[in-house]
Design a protein around this ligand. Structure first.
Ligand SMILES: Nc1nc2c(ncn2[C@@H]2O[C@H](COP(=O)(O)OP(=O)(O)OP(=O)(O)O)[C@@H](O)[C@H]2O)c(=O)[nH]1
Ligand SMILES: [Mg+2]
Length: 479
């Protein structure tokens, strides 16, 4: 891939998040990097050699006024053993927005251009240092909100996804070359073309693996997007106490007064690698209080976004009108997962504890169909003592993942890659059908070449400049 004029500039950007912090890094890439460094950096050692890949201590100064801007460590990394395969300089300064901004301005004044978002990584890709799938995985590593997603992305970063794409590519090439020989010798086509071999390779190296990659996208979606889990139940059931217990801090106010929570309270937590927005809500009941009524209206609006409800019951209060209200709400959003949580188990004596589920179910049976009730396999907990919380967390994860296991998280394509892979699959299937119908090798080959062409959009071989721009523009500045 050739470099465009723009790609010959030396680029600069602040590579760390802007704000106060220990270290802030300004990064340069391009053939003027060393010259720019020399013009703004005064090394402590006057005989500094700027040996490649070595840290040097000194001061950054304004060459026009001589003013020292910051004390810094700098490193010059000579091409090609660098992130972009170009000359790279990193200035490790103190992280303050004003300091970093001034240092970046110095670099721009001395001949660098402000980097576009993702431009360092784009250069790493254009120079052939990383594959496109690795660049995209890198963005996911940076964006990951929870460990499930970051572990998956690191596999992509290492090249696992690229290996899968490359195996599919080999399969397609194998089939295409078999067909091409048959096209070149049409009179011997019947003898030359091993149809069964082409079908087998197409199925085992293309259709099967691509289908699995597409379903791994669906299967791992919850790790990317996370899930909203909403706590509902009558006032005083212990919803806020449970939220606090699950997030390990006093996020929501807890009192013995029913109707304490009136607004929606959210807290991000992570369960087995899944990012979860845990949402506490106002207790559900008919209340003359207009603020409580507004709180309930909010629950109704938010319920659309729920991936799961935790319905809390308070065994000290039993079941009544409030539970009927909750049941109606949940039935209105039928199809969403619900875990019935019986709280305050610490308050019950041994005898009641044993058959508490049956007792409460009896109360609920007048409000819901038996078939709906059966799906509500209850979880017994105490938000106060922590009893049963571990099992509840496991139930939440199981409810979100189904039969999949969090530890099975495998490398998976992102949305863009998945959409491309679907087209690869369509062409491969169409080629297989054409083979089955005994159509000519030319026709079959057309589909396979199209599949190969599509595959090039994920490996980067046939990707266009505007798709690249779209991919890299989603990166943060300085990456
Ligand atoms: N013994 C015991 N008390 C609990 C437990 N969970 C909550 N409580 C108490 O029950 C009362 C209500 O708890 P909250 O967490 O405020 O209940 P809530 O469902 O958020 O109530 P509203 O916000 O009013 O809807 C408080 O006095 C808590 O200390 C529990 O597991 N055991
Ligand atoms: Mg509350």
């Amino acid at each position: 891939m050739h470099l465009f004029d723009k790609e010959q500039d030396t680029i600069a950007a602040i590579a760390t998040p802007v704000g106060r912090g220990g270290i802030g890094i300004v990064r340069l890439s391009g053939n003027k990097s060393l010259a720019i460094l020399r013009s703004i950096f005064r090394p402590s050692n006057p005989h500094c050699s700027y040996k490649s890949h070595t840290l040097f201590h000194g001061f950054i100064f304004d060459p026009e006024t001589g003013t020292e801007i910051d004390e810094a460590l700098c490193v010059y990394m000579k091409a090609p053993k660098t992130y972009t395969r170009e000359d790279v300089v990193e200035l490790q300064c103190h992280s303050g927005p004003a300091v970093l901004r001034q240092i970046l301005d110095l670099c721009l004044r001395c001949g660098a251009r402000l980097a576009e978002p993702g431009e360092f990584t784009k250069r790493a890709f254009l120079s052939g240092r990383i594959h496109l799938s690795q660049a995209e995985a890198l963005k996911d590593v940076v964006d990951a909100q929870a460990s499930g997603m970051s572990l998956m992305s690191v596999k992509g970063l290492k090249g696992d996804l690229e290996d899968r794409f490359s195996a599919v590519r080999d399969g397609l090439l194998h089939c295409i070359s078999a067909l091409e020989v048959a096209i070149d010798y049409p009179e011997d086509e019947g003898e030359i073309l091993d149809q069964e071999d082409v079908k087998k390779v197409l199925e085992e190296q293309v259709i099967g693996p691509v289908s699995r990659l597409i379903s791994s996208f669906e299967n791992t979606q919850v790790f990317r997007t996370g899930a909203r889990v909403i706590l509902v139940g009558r006032p005083n059931a212990g919803k806020s106490s449970l939220l606090n217990a699950l997030c390990g801090e006093e996020r929501a106010i807890v009192t013995e007064v029913p109707g304490t929570t009136r607004d929606v309270i959210e807290k991000n937590i992570e369960l087995q690698g899944i990012p979860i927005v845990l949402t506490d809500t106002a207790g559900i009941r008919h209340s003359p209080d207009p603020i409580e009524a507004m709180g309930m209206e909010r629950i109704r609006k938010l319920a659309h976004e729920a991936d799961m409800f935790l319905w809390l019951l308070d065994p000290t209060q039993g079941t009544g009108r409030e539970e009927r209200e909750v049941a109606n709400l949940l039935l209105a959003f039928g199809g969403k997962k619900v875990i019935l949580v019986i709280n305050k188990m610490d308050t019950l004596d041994e005898k009641i504890r044993k058959n508490i589920s049956e007792r409460l179910f009896k109360g609920l049976s007048g409000m819901m169909k038996v078939s709906d009730l059966k799906t509500l396999d209850p979880c017994l907990i105490s938000a106060k003592t922590g009893q049963g919380l571990q099992q509840l967390c496991e139930r939440i994860v199981k409810g979100l993942l189904g039969d999949r296991k969090a530890k099975d998280v495998d490398v998976a394509p992102n949305l863009r890659q998945k959409e491309v892979l679907k087209k690869v699959l369509d062409h491969a299937r169409s080629a297989k059908r054409a083979l089955g119908k005994g159509l000519s090798p030319e026709i079959v080959a057309i589909d396979l070449r199209q599949a190969l062409d599509e595959l090039g959009k994920v490996t980067g071989e046939t990707v266009t400049e505007d798709i690249l721009d779209r991919i890299f523009s989603q990166f943060c500045l300085g990456k």
